[in-house]
Design a protein around this ligand. Structure first.
Ligand code: PSV
Ligand code: MN
Length: 415
């Protein structure tokens, strides 16, 4: 038992928080039960463009990925959603997949089309200069809409690798119009209850211009399409120094923040464990979500935001990395609900810059582990999921049982 994970540690922390004037039960309900979807692609082998290292026991099939996701949910109590990527996760019986997920206590979350790994997509997919390639890409997305219906998902999550590598390679304006045209067709085919999340990324694999390069472009396209088109913020997809919490606040206020891809990054789209590099940024992002939830004008929208991990574990154990990410997300999120809102607003009104800043710091610097451990106990999960995972012997068992590796989806398998 870790020093922070028993009930005594919780009682002491709850007492301290009450003395600060906080409503501990509210912090628990709002701050500590956030549901986090895990990605099928984070359980299999993946790598960089230099090398895919195979990890002993990494999931090779959709069945093994589901089993690992179910374990992450059992340990943490907050990860029932499982994001799928098509065609990586293609099965012949979608209804069977839905039922299998349900048997394991899971549900299929966002459905992600893949518009970047076919030879035809060398010059793009939905923005490609050739109408037949655009049509093929469109059909794939439409197929994913049908798959989403069958597996019971209401979220189609779209990321395009489209862009150009050289000035002059294609007309940026024509590509914009092709994008709008093809996405309009996608939108027209969405069932009533389904949302289209549009993800942007600054660069890579295109290195000169990317068709959906930033939140502004994604937002403009979403607004043109209609209210069920929203922006997905992958926290690793910005230029260094970009103020991500500002983007989040703005999109929330516009009712256009559809969801997150959570990961950690130092340089570019590094896909590291969430909160491993910049936990303060994560806390500030969640603080913006809290303000939107506490504001009746934005609350309904803010409560629908999807939280999905989008990580690629290159050198670290897959399941343990996933659990660590969930734990880090929970800590940052719980801290956001420890901010004394009244004190903050008072300081803001009075122009007391440092008092306002210190109000955030006081929450951020609080050790919330006993609080989150208590919530896990109440959910029937493990107070310390990382320790429980390491003690479970799962890693050793799957290393024996899953002896042959499957090729990873990222990077050059033959490098
Ligand atoms: C692209 O880098 C991305 O963030 C998109 O979300 C993809 O779907 C995902 O990674 C998996 O490759
Ligand atoms: Mn992403």
């Amino acid at each position: 038992m870790s020093e922070w994970s028993d009930e005594e540690a919780f009682t002491a922390l709850a007492e301290r928080l009450r003395r600060r004037g906080l409503d501990v039960e509210r912090v628990i309900t709002e701050g500590c039960r956030l549901q986090i979807e895990t990605p099928s692609w984070g359980y299999g082998d993946s790598g960089t463009r230099f090398k895919v290292f195979s990890w002993p026991g990494a999931a090779r099939t959709i069945e093994e990925k589901l089993a690992d996701a179910a374990l992450v949910h059992r340990l943490t109590g907050v990860c029932p959603g499982f994001a799928i990527h098509i065609p990586w996760d293609r099965v012949s019986d979608w209804d069977g997949l839905r039922r299998r997920a349900e048997e394991l206590g899971l549900r299929i979350g966002s459905v992600n089309p893949n518009l970047f790994q076919d030879d035809d997509y060398r010059l793009g997919s939905l923005c490609h200069p050739a109408p037949d390639v655009r049509r093929k890409a469109l059909e794939h997305v439409v197929e994913c809409v049908a798959i989403a219906r069958e597996v019971g998902s209401t979220t189609l999550s779209l990321w395009l690798a489209d862009g150009t590598n050289y000035p002059g390679q294609d007309s940026i304006r024509d590509r914009k119009r092709r994008l709008e045209e093809t996405l309009r067709e996608v939108y027209a085919r969405l069932p009533e209850e389904m949302r289209l999340l549009i993800e942007y990324k600054l660069f890579e694999p295109a290195f000169y211009h990317t068709d959906l390069a930033d939140w502004g472009v994604a937002h403009a396209v979403a607004v043109k399409l209609g209210p069920r088109a929203q922006v997905l913020v992958d926290v690793g997809h910005h230029a260094l120094g970009t103020n991500v919490e500002h983007i989040v606040a703005f999109l929330l206020d516009e009712g256009r923040l559809g969801g997150f891809h959570l990961n950690g990054r130092k340089y570019a789209d590094d896909d590291l464990i969430v909160g491993s590099i910049n936990p303060f940024e994560l806390f500030l992002v969640f603080t913006e979500l809290r303000w939107a939830i506490e504001d009746p004008r934005t609350e309904p929208h803010a409560r629908r935001v999807a939280y999905v991990l989008d990580q690629s574990h290159n050198v670290e154990p897959k399941v343990e990395a996933m659990v660590q990410s969930v734990v880090n997300v929970q800590a940052a999120h719980a801290r956001a609900w420890l901010v004394d809102g009244d004190r903050l607003r008072r300081a803001q009104r009075e122009g007391d810059v440092l008092e306002a800043h210190r109000t955030l710091l006081e929450a951020y610097e609080t050790d919330v582990r006993p609080l989150v451990a208590e919530v896990r106990r109440r959910l029937g999960a493990e107070p310390d999921p990382v320790a429980a995972y390491r003690a479970s012997g799962h890693q050793q068992r799957v290393a024996r049982e899953r002896a042959t590796a499957a090729p990873g989806h990222r990077g050059y398998p033959g490098a």
